[in-house]
Structures are given as C-alpha cells and as structure tokens.
Design a protein around this ligand. Structure first.
Ligand SMILES: C[C@@H](N)C(=O)N[C@H](C)C(=O)O
Ligand SMILES: [Zn+2]
Length: 293
C-alpha cells in the first residue's frame, strides 16, 4: 500500500467502523459511535496535514540536494583549475630559483663538487652534531668549492683511484659566519683560521680530506678529523707506520694535484691559488632552491 492510498483505506475503515463494531459491541450507543468517528476524522485531518508538511519538506530537501550537487560540481571544477594554476606557479618558481642559483654560482665561482666528480665521497661532519662544536653548523650537506679547486681535487681523486682508493671530503666551502663560531670556541690559529683574516675554507679553496678503500672504509690516519692536538701535526713522530704511510700518500697525491699543506692538520689542504679568491659569507641554503611559499 503506498502513502497516497493508505489514508483512504483508513477512512473507509473508519466509515464502516460503527457498523462493524456494532456487530460485536451492541451495548455502545449510536451517539458514542458518531463522537468516536468525529474524533477519528480530526486525527485523520491532522495526519493529512502532517503528511503534506512532510511532502513539502521532502521536496524542499530534494531542491537543496540538487543545488548542493551543482555547487559541488562547480567547486570541483574550480579546484581542478587551481591545481593546474598551482603546478604552473611551482614550475615558474623552480625556474626562477634555478636561475637565481646559477647567477649566485656564477658570481661567486663556486661549484657543487658532486657535479664535478660524483665519485668523491662527501661526508660533512659540520652538517651533523658529530663535530668539535657539538652542533649542526651547516643546515644542509652541500660541498661547494671554487671550480679550480674542485678540478684539482678531482685530479687527486683520479690518482687515488689508480691505487684502488678514493677521496672522502669532510669540508669544503665554509661561510665566514661559521668561521666566527669556530673561532669563538677555539681561538687558536694552529687549528682554526682567524676570521679577521678569513680562512681559505671561506674562499672555497680549502678542503679537509682523507682516503677510503673501495668499500668506503677510511684508511688508518694519524688521528680522527679535527683532533686539535700535536698528534695531528705532520711532523708528529709517533704515528703507526700504517698511519704515517697513508698520510704521506694522501699528501703526495694532493700536492701533485696543486694543493699546499699546513703542519698542524694532516687533513687540511689549500689550493695553491687559494688567496686569488675572496672571502665569502653566503649561507649554504642559499645554493639550493627555496620552494616554500
Ligand atoms: C676547523 C678545521 N677543520 C680547519 O679547517 N682549520 C683551518 C685551519 C681553517 O679554519 O682554516
Ligand atoms: Zn680545513
């Protein structure tokens, strides 16, 4: 029975109710029957009224649903358009950032060592907390050098490769502000370049390096990196024969490739033309695209 026929069925039942019930309840008067019928008619009209309101509500809900569906589709279309626009903007920003970095590298002369020789192992303790400062002083692990210096290091690495070894670099270009941090902690020119003069690292013309075997294992050397003690001096007399041999081998290939040494740090080598380049204070993060917007 559907919702339209149901009221009529009930109405018919109500009309015949006095006669039907009369068969069983003969002691109820006709007047009482009529009262009861009147009451039921009122309830019926109330029911019909509520039914009409309900139908009206349903139809208005259907209208709203249709409008919402239309709005949803409109918004979906707008979202799709915005995604396309967003992609275009990101691509444009990437292009602009790459242009900015290319210009910065042209101006400073610095190059990414990875682009010159990707077989050199880059492992920068200053980009971690495992260094003599005990803090991460580089926000990113990026090894930059002057092109001339990078090419000299590549040449040294070629020599090492001929003997089944490779160069591992612990530091290259270092912004001048970081040099000041080092100096505040260790104001000893034997181990840290005085920022008033500027370190060759600030020029991108010094490297801190060691040697690794084919499997990347570091060769035995006189000390660990940044051991600021006489044990790291080149003329230290109590090295093991193996450490002495490895240090001398590293020195030989580096000097042959155009680097100079200092006595107090076996790992530090400067480009023989180091002082031809200016001291720089550009943070490392400036050399990578900034895509936050
Ligand atoms: C801090 C140490 N790794 C170093 O590079 N020292 C030299 C002398 C420098 O700071 O130039
Ligand atoms: Zn150094």
């Amino acid at each position: 029975m559907n919702k339209n026929t149901k009221p009529f069925f009930i109405l018919v039942l109500l009309l015949f109710y006095p006669f039907l019930s009369g068969c069983f309840q003969s002691d109820i008067t006709m007047e009482e029957h009529l009262d009861e019928l009147e009451e039921l008619k009122i309830k019926m009209s109330e029911f019909e009224y509520e039914n009409a309101i309900l139908e009206e509500t349903i139809s208005s809900l259907e209208d709203t649903t249709g409008l919402l569906e239309k709005e949803k589709n409109r918004l979906l279309g707008t979202t799709a358009k915005m995604e396309v626009e967003n992609k275009k903007l990101v691509a444009k920003l990437e292009k602009m950032e790459n242009q900015r970095i290319t210009q910065l590298m042209d101006e400073t002369g610095l190059v990414n060592l990875k682009d010159i020789d990707d077989t050199i192992i880059i492992d920068l303790p200053y980009a971690t907390t495992n260094n003599f400062v005990g803090e991460k002083v580089y926000s990113i692990e990026l090894c930059l050098l002057q092109l001339e210096t990078a090419l000299k290091l590549k040449a040294a690495n070629e020599l090492a490769k001929q003997d089944g070894l490779k160069i591992k670099i612990w530091d290259g270009y270092r912004p001048h502000d970081v040099q000041k941090v080092f100096w505040e902690l260790t104001p000893d020119p034997s181990y840290v370049g005085d920022p008033a003069l500027g370190s060759d690292h600030n020029r991108g013309t010094a490297v801190d390096v060691t040697l690794v075997d084919q499997d990347g294992n570091e060769l035995e050397m006189p000390t660990r990196f940044d051991d600021f003690s006489p044990n790291a001096w080149r003329n230290y007399q109590s090295n093991t024969p193996e450490a002495q041999k490895n240090m001398e081998y590293l020195t030989k290939i580096m000097v042959e490739s155009g680097f100079t040494t200092i006595n107090t740090e076996w790992w530090h080598f400067a480009d023989s033309n180091a002082k031809n380049y200016p001291v720089l204070n550009i943070p490392l993060e400036d050399f990578v695209p900034d895509l936050d917007f």
